[in-house]
Design a protein around this ligand. Sequence first.
Ligand SMILES: Cc1cc2nc3c(=O)[nH]c(=O)nc-3n(C[C@H](O)[C@H](O)[C@H](O)COP(=O)(O)OP(=O)(O)OC[C@H]3O[C@@H](n4cnc5c(N)ncnc54)[C@H](O)[C@@H]3O)c2cc1C
Length: 206
Amino acid sequence: MSQIQGQDTTAPAATGVSPPTVIVIGAGIIGLTCAIKLQAALAEHPDLRGTEVMVVAREWPDSVAGAASTHSVDYASMWAGAHVRPIPAVSDQLRREAGWLKQTVAEFDRQADAEPWCGITRTTGVEFLDEPDEYYGIRGMSGLQQESGLRGWRTLPPSELPSGVQMGLEYETFCINAPMYCEHLLRKANSVDELVGGQDGDQTAQ
Ligand SMILES: Cc1cc2nc3c(=O)[nH]c(=O)nc-3n(C[C@H](O)[C@H](O)[C@H](O)COP(=O)(O)OP(=O)(O)OC[C@H]3O[C@@H](n4cnc5c(N)ncnc54)[C@H](O)[C@@H]3O)c2cc1C
């Protein structure tokens, strides 16, 4: 099996001990992102040299040779037409998620510039709110920018609002072609030269 790209899989010299393997289950956006991040983190630790990252999944992006060309409804990343829409961080859980969002925005920003073929496109987000949460007023546009990492926030003037709408917002955000992005992540992470299992069984890329 091949190693994930860039990972040094040299076994510790003359110890007779096999290098450890970290197994990531799932080849959707989450699993593939975890595999890439793990691989990068492991590469920074000399003590962990040789540790391999293995992705185990039932279904794979189309870019894997031998993968089914159709996907089940259980494989969300192959069906999603995802965009980034921040939700005001009004609870502890949402504040935690806002922190993740900010990291995601920074990563998408980098990828949209450095890897424009990856399936991430910059786009304008427009929201019309019938009953806006008071939080929008409390935080204001600069607060939302600070919280989300997204730029270009402005409230739309009443002349730009459809009738019955109380508040309109605009900001710069991202649209993700999720199947294309997964193919990109997999290409980036791995030179897959072996798949284990069939369409109905688990497949493994290491
Ligand atoms: C129509 C649609 C629109 C969406 N819009 C947005 C949006 O605008 N913004 C947004 O942020 N999110 C959106 N989502 C949600 C987002 O797409 C999902 O949260 C995300 O794709 C989930 O990724 P995942 O890696 O967790 O799971 P999945 O993509 O479902 O991947 C799961 C992986 O695990 C494998 N697996 C599962 N069970 C097993 C098992 N027992 N053994 C081995 N492997 C297994 C599968 O084969 C697959 O490889 C949308 C989703 C849909 C369907």
